[in-house]
Design a protein around this ligand. Structure first.
Ligand code: 5RP
Length: 225
């Protein structure tokens, strides 16, 4: 089964958790795209009614266009659910996120939610995090000095580009991607990188107990942490 079909299956499954009256967080990325399509169908077919906080301008634009009731995190403060994708998931439910550059808002939204649902296709499952380069959001001012501090941890951070220019996050920051060979202690690495001057956030999500929806070989499995 191709990856896109698996993403669609995971998105369809996650959409089933949304109930009328809820306030939900909606993540960013190609799996989330399918979640949004499934929710749009439920709005049309069942008159499903909910409010949504978007984790990125891209998602906000997409869901506004589909008529979703979009609110800001500060308007609602508390979310019933946050649903998002991930770049990697290990057997303990720890994640790498930020492939789409939305890690800061994704963490804020997930932290505000009672329940965090993560949708992945089988390609995202790893024994140990670290195959996927770790996204690290840094302030543009002095970003090369911040990169040097990250380099001191034994990696080679690469500035994320969009075309010829630096990619700029919705928060006006840069992202450097750092390939750690293996991240056996995600919480420890998160803390050491997050403490470096110039770092805004790190794409390790280890503090959650997510419900992981995994689409694999045409089947959808769920694992609650
Ligand atoms: C965006 C993210 C995404 O959830 C992650 O990159 C997965 O994306 P996709 O569903 O397109 O594979 O963290 O910042």
């Amino acid at each position: 089964m191709d990856v896109n079909a698996e993403k669609r299956q995971a998105g369809d499954k996650a959409a089933e958790y949304v109930q009328s009256g809820m306030t939900i967080g909606i993540g960013t990325g190609s799996t989330v795209y399918w979640l949004i399509q499934a929710l749009a169908r439920r709005i049309a077919q069942e008159n499903l009614g909910f409010r949504a906080v978007a984790t990125s301008e891209k998602t906000a634009h997409l869901i506004r266009g589909l008529g979703f009731d979009v609110v800001s995190l500060d308007q609602v403060k508390h979310l019933d659910l946050a649903i998002d994708g991930a770049d990697e998931v290990d057997p303990r439910g720890h994640l790498i996120k930020g492939g789409g550059g939305a890690l800061v808002r994704e963490r804020l939204v997930a932290r505000a939610a009672e329940r965090f649902i993560v949708m992945v296709d089988e390609s995202k499952q790893v024994q140990v995090l670290g195959k996927f380069p770790l996204p690290i959001e840094v302030v543009p001012f002095g970003w090369q000095t911040t990169s040097d501090r990250i380099r001191d941890l034994g990696v080679d951070p690469v500035l994320r580009l969009e075309g010829q220019e630096a990619f700029v996050s919705d928060n006006g920051n840069y992202i450097v991607d750092a390939k750690f060979k293996a991240i056996p202690d995600p919480d420890r690495l998160y803390r050491s990188v997050k403490l470096l001057a110039g770092v805004v956030d790190v794409g390790i999500f280890a503090e959650f107990k997510p419900l992981i929806i995994i689409a694999k070989d045409g089947e959808v499995k769920e694992q609650q942490w």
